[in-house]
Design a protein around this ligand. Structure first.
Ligand code: PMP
Length: 459
């Protein structure tokens, strides 16, 4: 693996010219930026030659099948030599092949629209919902509900549907017509301890619909398991009631699978755990595990048909293009990514290793009072840190950041939630690649154990 001397130019050029994502750059005045140089399986190496065990699949739940997959690289290479691109209004062999493979995993869905990022895939839905509203409801049924703590992307309109206020705070004014509904994190129940939390949390959505007027609400966008907002698994009864409410008020249900999709939770899609019948499903990160950029907006024939069934032909079709939705590298990589998940039985591995990881985190919860609650589905887990277990007072986010930094020193990369207003940036996030073994998980949880001991002993 490379050494610092080989890459000093890279570090200096990075310091001088790169504007890093999601970073306060002041720190790079005293600390070198981390440059990741190489990856294989679950591990990456940085510019100093240090090895890291990656417990967050590339930082943000993306590299689902792990690093260094030559078969994906070869599939992309072969496709690029044959045909790299043609505008998405024309079809392509990998585009059509992957669409069929994907639809086979999603009973009830029939159509795939290609784009490049999760934000964009979500915005496609928002545009479709608005167009349906114009064509069928005179523009009235145009509002889109989103949930407190959920995140759907970085563009101004995606941020208009952002339930993490600090990520949106400085970027308004926003696109009108987006309305927030309450979260469903039972650990921080709005009603204290109640036996029917899931039903109440869903009914809180209905209250917003009734307040806004059901004939003005076109859709609701929800993460099946909330990711950056705190790894929130849904409470019992929640999804059944949400589905009922959507049907009752004729509201389209948009499931954002950008994080949960493609195996992360132990099924192909997170919504498939909960018997949900979505009208739209969006996905990006794990679709090609970061080997190429690809995002998909998937919908039903019923929705698709609405775009034919209008009096004016010019207005009937979806007047949208994503230039790089015509890149063939994305679907070529996605086909091979899916083959790997199937041939290596990775969904089984996620279920087995997810259970093992939850067990190990449960042991840590028994040992460290700083852990308030452990939550998770498959290989997608979180541990919420608290200053006081009885009152559930959140820790200051600097404590969670110190745990993450301590793990990094030990050579294990973990994550934490993004929500920082009201002191809620306090959940450690784990989302190792779907290939994780017991040894990997032992190493990850041992690092967290050490970090909690060190950080909270100092507190
Ligand atoms: N939806 C969810 C649930 C996400 O977590 C993210 C990104 N973290 C997005 C959408 C946006 O995806 P992208 O960054 O690819 O635009």
């Amino acid at each position: 693996m490379p050494h610092a001397n080989d890459l000093s130019d890279v570090i200096e050029n990075d310091r001088a010219h790169i504007w890093h994502h999601l970073s306060q750059h002041k720190k790079y005045e005293t600390v070198d930026p981390t440059i990741i140089v190489e990856g294989k399986g679950m591990r990456v190496w940085d510019a100093t030659g240090k090895e890291h065990l990656d417990a967050v699949s590339g930082g943000v739940w993306t590299v689902n099948v792990g690093y260094g997959r030559e078969s994906i690289a070869n599939a992309v290479r072969d496709q690029l030599i044959k045909l790299n691109y043609f505008a998405g209004s024309a079809g392509s062999i990998p585009g059509s092949t992957f669409a069929k493979a994907l639809i086979d995993k999603m009973p009830g869905m029939t159509r795939v629209y290609y784009a490049n990022s999760g934000s964009e895939a979500n915005e496609k839905v928002y545009k479709m919902v608005r167009q349906i509203s114009h064509n069928k409801y005179g523009g009235k049924k145009h509002k889109i509900l989103f949930r407190d703590r959920d995140y759907h992307g970085t563009t101004i309109t995606a941020l208009s549907s952002c339930g993490q206020p600090e990520r949106a705070a400085q970027y308004g004014p926003f696109t009108p017509g987006f309305v927030e509904v309450p979260h469903c994190l039972e650990y921080r129940s709005q009603w204290g301890e109640v036996s029917d939390y899931g039903i109440r949390a869903a009914n809180a959505i209905e209250e917003v619909i009734l307040r806004e007027g059901p004939d003005t609400v076109g859709a609701i966008v929800l993460e099946p398991v909330t990711a950056g907002g705190g790894v929130i698994t849904p409470p019992e009864g929640y999804w059944e009631r949400v589905q009922e409410i959507c049907e009752q008020y004729n509201i389209l249900l948009h499931i954002d699978e950008v994080v949960c999709g493609v195996g992360r939770t132990g099924k192909w899609f997170g919504y498939q755990h909960y018997g949900i019948k979505p009208d739209f499903v969006t996905m990006a990160k794990g679709v090609a595990s970061g080997y190429a950029a690809i995002a998909c907006t998937v919908t039903t024939e019923k929705v698709f048909e609405m775009f034919k069934d209008t009096p004016d032909d010019h207005m009937s079709y979806f007047r949208d293009i994503s230039t790089f939705g015509g890149c063939t590298a994305g679907p070529a990589a996605a086909i091979e990514n899916m083959r790997i998940i199937e041939d290596e039985n990775l969904l089984d591995n996620v279920n087995n290793m997810g259970e093992y990881l939850m067990g190990r985190l449960g042991e840590l919860e028994g040992k460290h009072t700083a852990i308030g609650q452990v939550r998770g589905k498959g290989l997608f887990c979180g541990a919420e840190l608290v200053a006081d277990r009885d009152t559930r007072e959140p820790v200051h986010e600097s404590m969670a950041a110190a745990v993450v930094a301590n793990c990094m020193q030990q050579g294990v990369i973990i994550g934490m939630t993004n929500r920082s207003l009201n002191g809620l940036n306090n959940t450690l996030c784990l989302s190792p690649a779907l290939i994780a073994t017991k040894d990997d998980i032992d190493e990850i949880t041992q690092a967290i154990d050490n970090a909690l001991t060190t950080v909270f002993a100092k507190a």
